[in-house]
Write a protein that binds this ligand. Structure first.
Ligand code: NAP
Length: 525
């Protein structure tokens, strides 16, 4: 039987309403641990000391006491997770309890104890611990998100102040499962819930509005204590977690892979600048079905669709503008109030605007490399503006199909040596993330302008070769900012804060800062 603590005992602890973000601090020795915590104290009022990361955690207790006295305004969690439960502490459950008791006596208002350890502890020992600090009873599933209600039932058989359920997202929908669990149970219990892993991002940002009392963050990218953990800076500045509430509209960029995307940085900055109550997330969608289930159930109000889904997604839309259906690729979804999905293509604006800043498109001779979504957006839009469009793609049948539909023509790679163009556009992913790879070789580039839609790296091998061949270059960043600005306008009905979006792109990717050029001009459209 579990001993229930007397209500008076916890009167001191119950009003504890922790901030939304707790920063997990680790270090190889106690001095460094306190130094790091001290550096964090100015901007963070809630810290978790991961004592299990220390080779001898007991040696940190005196310093911990001093720290708590020096920073009385901070809320502190002591955690000394055993290796059997995914931590690094090799001692017994009794040794773990002893450490947590001492950490509480040293001034930590919260202690974290895993369900496995608690289940092996005597009720009176837990009661004693709980008389000194608020007990966070925790459970971690490092493989999946499943059986949450059954887990909580097991946990609540043990009296605690907070129940922390951390699982692993293997699909985007696992976040929905976690958030539904929080919504259902947070009225009866003080819960902390989130999913680990790259696919768990949604729950790390939106869990707090579903009922998680707080969430965890890392000090920095290098000091994460759980897979998929965001830094405190990302949670606060990029995702504005302190402002997330029931009215916050959710947007996101979906693709596979998605880690390289600059969209969350640029879009969240735009939402912040225009004071739109919205948050924009990176959604690593391994299947469209998984993504669309989240769009329906979270719900997600707007999605930027990127590789490899721009074409496949069309069959799932309820409606689309004629331009999008003609291109046959959609990069922007709007979810209407009635749940219907509308598709748009803003890649066109992203391709046309940078070119229109430089040349007259009527009669310009333009080579498009690739026959996928971006190539289609380019081919149709350029033809509509009177350009002469040529297509070259690795799969000849795809090039021929696009040429036929867009009333363009195909060219053969062998002929490139003798052909010249006003513009060459790379609409293949060749060169993305690989500064040594180029879709064209030296001797194949005869053009006034070369526009590489790839923006990572900013100066691709193709653009380097183009410069060497005497062409002017246009970076994929220009397209990126233009297409994102158009998406922002469609979703919010407000003009995009072009300057801010540009500033964020510059800060995110350019070293040295972007050269003054058309990208630094005001959006002319
Ligand atoms: P997509 O629909 O998957 O089409 C990719 C095209 O490239 C296909 O025609 C494909 O050929 C071809 N391709 C793929 N790998 C290739 C390789 N190794 N060698 C030669 N051709 C190859 O992709 P997308 O959405 O059009 O995007 C294309 C590129 O544009 C991506 O790099 C993307 O990052 C970039 N992009 C940039 C922006 C921006 O804002 N800057 C916006 C949109 C897209 P097959 O037909 O044979 O498969």
């Amino acid at each position: 039987m579990n001993a229930e603590p007397s209500p008076n005992l916890f009167a001191r602890l119950r009003p504890l309403r922790p901030p939304r973000v707790c920063v997990a601090v680790t270090a190889p020795d106690p001095s460094e641990l306190m130094e790091k915590a001290g550096a964090l104290a100015r901007d963070n009022s809630f810290l978790e000391f991961r004592l299990d990361y220390l080779p001898r955690p007991a040696l940190a207790l005196a310093k911990l006491k001093q720290f708590a006295e020096d920073y009385p305004h901070l809320m502190l969690i002591a955690t000394c997770r055993r290796s059997a439960s995914g931590g690094k502490f090799k001692g017994s459950v009794a040794a773990q309890l002893d450490l947590l008791n001492k950490a509480a006596a040293a001034g930590c208002q919260f202690v974290d104890l895993e369900l496995q350890s608690a289940a092996r502890s005597k009720p009176e020992h837990l009661l004693r611990l709980r008389s000194r600090a608020a007990l966070i009873l925790s459970f971690h599933d490092f493989r999946a998100t499943k059986k949450l209600d059954a887990t909580l039932a097991k946990m609540t058989a043990i009296a605690a102040d907070f129940y922390k359920v951390v699982t692993t997202a293997t699909t985007l929908y696992d976040n929905v499962v976690m958030m539904k669990f929080l919504e259902k149970n947070s009225h009866q219990h003080s819960l902390i819930g989130l999913c680990m892993g790259e696919q768990g991002l949604i729950s790390r940002v939106l869990g707090v509005r579903a009922g998680s009392v707080f969430t965890f963050a890392a000090v920095s990218e290098e000091q994460k204590t759980a897979p998929g953990q965001l830094t405190a800076q990302q949670l606060r500045s990029t995702y504005r977690i302190e402002q997330v509430d029931a009215a916050t509209k959710v947007y996101g960029v979906a693709g596979d892979p998605i880690a390289h995307s600059l969209s969350p940085a640029i879009m969240n900055a735009a939402l912040r600048r225009e004071t739109v109550n919205g948050v924009y997330l990176a959604l690593h969608a391994k299947t469209l079905k998984d993504l669309l289930a989240c769009v329906r159930d979270i719900p997600i109000h707007g999605v930027s669709i990127t590789m490899p889904y721009k074409e496949q997604v069309l069959q799932h839309l309820d409606n689309m503008d004629p331009h999008t259906s003609k291109i046959g690729a959609c990069n922007t979804i709007v979810r209407a109030q009635d749940g219907k999905l509308y598709g748009f293509n803003t890649d066109t604006a992203g391709i046309l605007r940078p070119l229109q800043q430089r040349i007259l498109l009527a009669q310009a001779k333009i080579l498009v490399l690739g026959a996928g979504g971006a190539a289609r957006a380019a081919a149709f839009a350029l033809k509509e503006r009177g350009a002469e469009v040529c297509i070259l793609a690795r799969t000849a049948a795809h090039a021929q199909k696009l040429a036929r539909q867009a009333k363009a023509r195909t060219v053969k790679r062998l002929d490139l040596k003798k052909l010249s163009f006003d513009v060459i556009i790379n609409a293949t992913p060749v060169g993305m993330g690989n500064p040594k790879e180029s879709p064209l070789h030296e001797g194949e580039i005869h053009a006034k302008y070369v526009f590489d839609l790839v923006y990572d790296p900013v100066e691709t091998k193709l653009l380097k070769l183009a410069k060497a061949a005497g062409a002017e270059t246009i970076s994929g960043l220009e397209m990126f900012v233009h297409q994102a600005a158009r998406q922002f306008e469609i979703w919010t009905g407000k003009p995009a804060p072009w300057d801010e979006m540009l500033r964020v792109v510059n800060r995110s990717v350019l070293e040295p800062p972007i050269a003054k050029g058309p990208l630094n001009q005001k959006n002319p459209a």
